[in-house]
Ligand binder design. Structure first.
Ligand SMILES: [Zn+2]
Length: 704
């Protein structure tokens, strides 16, 4: 990691935001190819003034539209709105990229200063009553306007966005909503901070090294370091977000496992200031009140209105149908694990803290898959060019050429120009794969420039991941999980790059949460498709293809433990939906009793399979954007497996199949109802059967 310049030593009050003017690289549109951000000229201090000026400029533009003396028309209101905020867009897109993938104290400070302004900026647009009055007038006249389909969709979406934000409420109710929103955001923030502290405090501390038997020397060293960092004696194993903890797969001392699990399960339920239960109960209650104010029976109904599933009933039915096959498989996996325990004469009954330890033994015995054997066949650049890019060329005819003349924000970032089948430029694709200490965890895709015919822009998209960086001169050998991550993020990239829409706000990945992971998860399937796999899975030294037995082990081991994996996800998703279908006026719930009852009611109360997140540490729904939306992960999985099955049934990896998918799904952004879009492509409603098949859960679903 490069050294970071220490923060300036001047007192805070003398620091003023530098004036925004022609010297700022965001002042004018980029003159680089595809309007790529001029990272060679952008300094850390340029972002904040550009974003602040961008917000001010967009508000001036919005006010001009709202105050236009001419009667409202689609052109002078909706189209005009789409054209606002050019400076804001180009500055925030670059800022989001560097704060996520290459941050430093200066950028973090700017982020902190901008956060409240950005929240207020969106409110200033969607609670502008003059602007809403114009949109509403146009919306009410929509049947006589003869709009084309995409324009009609834009009108509907913008109108709903205003309604969703509360634009249609009386002034008194608007004030009430604002208070509820403020309380919600304060409570979410409190939840996040309490949970952070609670998770840290609940780390497992052990005095004696023997309690850590089963961990590697490196893991034990890390635990000793962890203790030192906290001025504690002995060893510390910090907690991960989820209920199950990675170390539970290798800790051979059962008492240690139980202790670690208990710490995880009760992390935020220990009484005192970091107990999150009161916050959870009030959040659920106030969300129900908010829904009522906005005219919905419950929070989930409000949240799902603009999603593909549309109603909580639909999402619930989808989940409820998955429960029997998931739990039946989890129970047979539990039986198998109990047999291993009994065969070792261990003399106890399986508990959640034993699951991963014994499942790991079953996995090894059954598949004998050694990670170090497979890595030499997955050299990163080869996976990218002969796997990820190759699959896209086979399906869609696109080709790639690396460019070294486009400036990047960090030297590890690579840029490719993407050409369409007819040779025309299609997009720019950046990839930033290696882990850095100043990069957020996980992997993601985003855009510097969204595609829009109205604005005359072609897409500039990027992928970020956290793959291990090799030492200089060594190849980057990655795991199969990392390979899947690359295909996944590139699936999002294709959704952005193939976008062919008029309006920027409907373009690319600007789709509902329960649809956005569909193109990315769909693209993962090609990683294991034989014609693609054999094209990239080659030994980095010899170029030999991966031996068939090894490839078969990878393929087979993918369906291992899926009863457990699906059940823990379903339990969390059902729990989320129970909290968010509480009727308005409900009393404050007892969190533990409510949780227990919710899991029982949905038949996901398996003793050995606890939910992936418990209410008291379910930050997706109490501090993230996934309230009433955790089902979306599973919903997207249904779509991607179902779509892949269509490909398999129609000849697999062919240009014709790819072309049809691109035309009817990947290029369409959010320009039509997503359920209709999917149905038009498939010729039927999506089915969960392929999902069960690819998770290997079909057999137990059948009556014995
Ligand atoms: Zn994704």
């Amino acid at each position: 990691m490069t050294s970071i310049t220490p923060a300036q030593s001047q007192p805070a009050q003398t620091q003023t935001t530098p004036a925004f003017g022609p010297g700022n690289p965001f002042y004018a549109p980029s003159t680089l190819p595809f309007h790529a951000p001029p990272f060679d000229r952008i300094r850390d201090s340029d972002y904040q003034p550009a974003i602040e000026a961008g917000m001010a400029e967009q508000l001036r533009e919005i006010r001009a539209i709202a105050g236009n003396p001419a009667p409202p028309t689609f052109e002078n209101t909706l189209v005009a709105m789409e054209k606002t905020g050019a400076l804001f867009q180009r500055a925030t897109a670059a800022f989001d990229a560097v704060t996520g993938a290459n941050t430093n104290p200066t950028l973090q400070k700017a982020e902190e200063a901008l956060a409240p302004q950005l929240a207020a900026h969106s409110d200033a647009i969607y609670l502008d009553s003059r602007l809403f009055a114009r949109v509403k007038t146009i919306y009410e006249e929509r049947d006589s306007l003869h709009l084309d389909a995409e324009s009609a969709r834009l009108l509907e979406i913008v109108y709903e966005k205003f309604i969703h934000a509360g634009a249609n409420l009386s002034d008194a109710d608007k004030a009430k909503l604002k208070r509820l929103n403020e309380e919600e955001s304060t409570l979410s923030n409190a939840f996040r901070n309490k949970l952070l502290a609670a998770t840290r405090d609940a780390a497992l501390v052990v005095a004696d090294k023997s309690a850590l038997a089963g961990l590697t020397d490196a893991q034990i060293d890390a635990a000793a370091q962890g203790a030192k960092a906290r001025n504690a004696q002995g060893y510390v194993i910090p907690l991960q977000n989820t209920t199950q903890q990675p170390a539970l797969a290798s800790l051979s001392d059962r008492a240690t496992r139980e202790k670690l699990f208990e710490n995880s399960w009760t992390r935020a339920e220990r009484g005192g200031e970091n107990d999150t239960r009161a916050t959870v109960a009030r959040l659920a209650q106030l969300r129900a009140e908010k829904a009522k104010l906005l005219g919905f029976p419950d929070y989930a109904a409000w949240k799902l209105e603009n999603q593909m599933a549309k109603t909580p009933e639909r999402a619930l039915k989808f989940m409820d149908d998955l429960v029997p096959p998931a739990t039946a498989n989890a129970l047979s996996e539990a039986k198998e694990i109990q047999e291993v325990i009994d065969a070792q004469h261990a003399g106890f009954e399986l508990q959640p803290w034993d699951w991963n330890f014994y499942a790991e033994q079953v996995r090894k015995a059954r598949y004998d898959l050694d990670e170090s054997q497979v890595r030499p066949y997955f050299e990163l650049n080869n996976v990218l060019e002969n796997g990820v890019f190759y699959a896209a060329t086979q399906l869609y005819g696109i080709t790639f050429k690396e460019r070294h003349d486009i400036p990047v924000y960090q030297p590890d970032v690579r840029v490719f120009e993407v050409f369409d089948a007819d040779g025309k430029p299609l997009a720019l694709f950046y990839c930033d794969y290696f882990k850095r200490d100043n990069k957020n965890g996980g992997a993601w895709m985003s855009e510097f420039v969204p595609q829009s015919k109205l604005l005359g822009t072609l897409p500039v998209v990027y992928n970020v991941a956290n793959l291990p960086k090799p030492v200089a001169g060594q190849p980057a050998l990655i795991s199969f999980t990392d390979v899947i991550t690359m295909f996944h993020e590139f699936g999002h990239a294709l959704h952005g790059m193939f976008s062919n829409t008029e309006y920027p706000s409907l373009s690319g990945t600007s789709v509902a949460r329960d649809f956005v992971e569909f193109p990315s998860q769909f693209n993962e399937h090609w990683a294991i498709y034989p014609a693609v796999f054999s094209h990239y899975a080659k030994h980095y030294k010899t170029g030999e293809p991966m031996p068939a037995e090894l490839a078969a082990k990878i393929e087979k081991s993918r369906t291992f433990n899926q009863g457990y994996a699906l059940t823990e996800l379903l339990a969390a998703a059902e729990l989320d939906m129970q909290w968010h279908t509480l009727p308005p006026g409900s009393p404050l719930e007892d969190v533990d009793a409510f949780e227990k009852q919710a899991l029982e009611k949905k038949h996901v109360d398996l003793r050995d399979v606890p939910p992936r997140y418990r209410s008291s540490y379910f930050s997706h729904i109490f501090a993230g954007g996934y309230a009433a939306g955790y089902y979306a992960y599973l919903w997207s999985e249904m779509l991607d497996d179902d779509a892949y099955q269509w490909f398999v049934d129609h000849g697999g990896l062919t240009r014709a199949n790819g072309e049809r998918f691109r035309k009817m799904i990947l290029s369409r952004g959010n320009t039509e109802d997503l359920a209709e879009m999917y149905k038009a492509w498939l010729g039927a409603e999506p089915s969960v059967d392929p999902m069960l098949k690819y998770r290997g859960l079909t057999q137990a679903a059948m009556p014995q």
